[in-house]
Design a protein around this ligand. Structure first.
Ligand SMILES: Cc1ncc(C[n+]2csc(CCOP(=O)(O)OP(=O)(O)O)c2C)c(N)n1
Ligand code: SF4
Ligand SMILES: [Mg+2]
Length: 293
């Protein structure tokens, strides 16, 4: 549990608040993510989920501070390692709803291998990417989702690299639920976060979370975003076409909504068949130790 967190203030208009002082910049897109998430968690609690069965996991970055602002259990992981930690938490206690908050830097650069393998395994966790296309906390360096031409502390003459499409990458890796939201649209974020959390298997919501201080995309996104209509997320060809429509840097329409839902075996579901719960741990350990001598 985060030390900065005080006693939950209880149910208010936004619910599940804490006494921690919020240090995000005024206007930051993280506020929309926070409000949507708290509303969804409150709904889940009202529908019967135990508050103590919800775990938020994050690591380092402006997005990671979200853990201090929600009155549920939280785990602060090493930088880039939050998806690996979440995988362990879920496997140790499958009853938990495990939600991971990553930045485009922490999740798609420092921790890329972890997110790819969690998708490949279809671990039953939800990853919310706070995708602002920049390293916010360390004051505006270019990251994996930064488009060419971006001028920041590490690229004063403009970034030369093209971003990759995280949804395409995670689709190929095996994620069984993929969606994109935008921090200027809390109702859609709520729908996507709830769908993702309830989806059995690896779910990801790439959230276009505007960093007003280092990469203010509100005007550009407002002109280009649209919500998917008549799209069948279970049709793989349609899903891939829509996922590939926007390459995260070129102009053109930016689709929001649920791109893909697939039924895949969920990692860990078969563990119970191993009979781990019934095993005599002491006898097994003695046997293993004896085999080493
Ligand atoms: C291994 C490691 N590399 C680099 C850093 C420095 N660092 C801290 S936060 C951060 C950027 C985080 O960017 P992002 O994940 O996009 O989060 P944001 O602040 O934009 O929400 C970096 C590079 C670190 N703490 N540890
Ligand atoms: S630096 Fe950017 S991402 Fe970080 S709190 Fe400020 S506006 Fe938000
Ligand atoms: Mg970022």
């Amino acid at each position: 549990m985060s030390a900065a967190k005080g006693k939950p203030v209880g149910r208010t208009a936004v619910g599940l608040g804490t006494y921690a002082k919020n240090t995000w910049c005024p206007g930051c897109g993280n506020f929309a993510v926070l409000n949507a998430l708290k509303a969804v968690l409150q709904e889940l609690i009202d529908e019967g989920t135990r508050r103590e069965d919800i775990v938020l996991v994050a690591d380092i970055g402006c997005h990671g501070k979200i853990m201090d602002y929600v009155g549920v259990n939280t785990f602060n992981s090493l930088h880039g390692r939050s998806v690996a930690s979440a995988t362990g938490i879920k496997l140790a206690n499958p009853e938990l709803k495990v939600i991971v908050h990553v930045g485009d830097g922490s999740g798609l650069a420092e921790g890329l291998e972890h997110i790819l393998f969690a998708a490949k395994r279809n671990v039953d966790i939800t990853v919310i990417v706070h995708d602002n296309g920049v390293y916010g906390l360390t004051i505006g360096q270019a990251g994996p989702e930064t488009p060419p031409g971006y001028k920041g502390r590490s690229t004063p003459y403009g970034s030369l690299e093209e971003p990759f499409n995280p949804l395409e990458l995670l689709y190929v890796a095996g994620a069984s639920y993929l969606a994109r939201g935008y921090s200027h649209g809390i109702p859609l974020l709520k729908r996507l976060y709830k769908e993702a959390i309830l989806h059995p298997g690896f779910s990801v919501v790439d959230t276009l979370q505007v960093c007003v201080t280092f990469r203010n995309m509100y005007e550009a996104y407002n002109e280009r975003v649209y919500e998917l209509e008549g799209h069948d997320p279970r049709d793989e060809a349609q899903a891939l076409t829509k996922i590939r429509e926007w390459g995260y840097c070129a102009d053109g329409p930016v689709a929001l909504g649920t791109f893909s839902v697939r039924d895949r075996p969920v990692y860990g579901e078969h563990f119970a068949a191993y009979g781990a719960a019934d095993r005599d741990v002491e006898a097994t350990l003695t046997e293993v130790l004896a085999s080493l001598t």
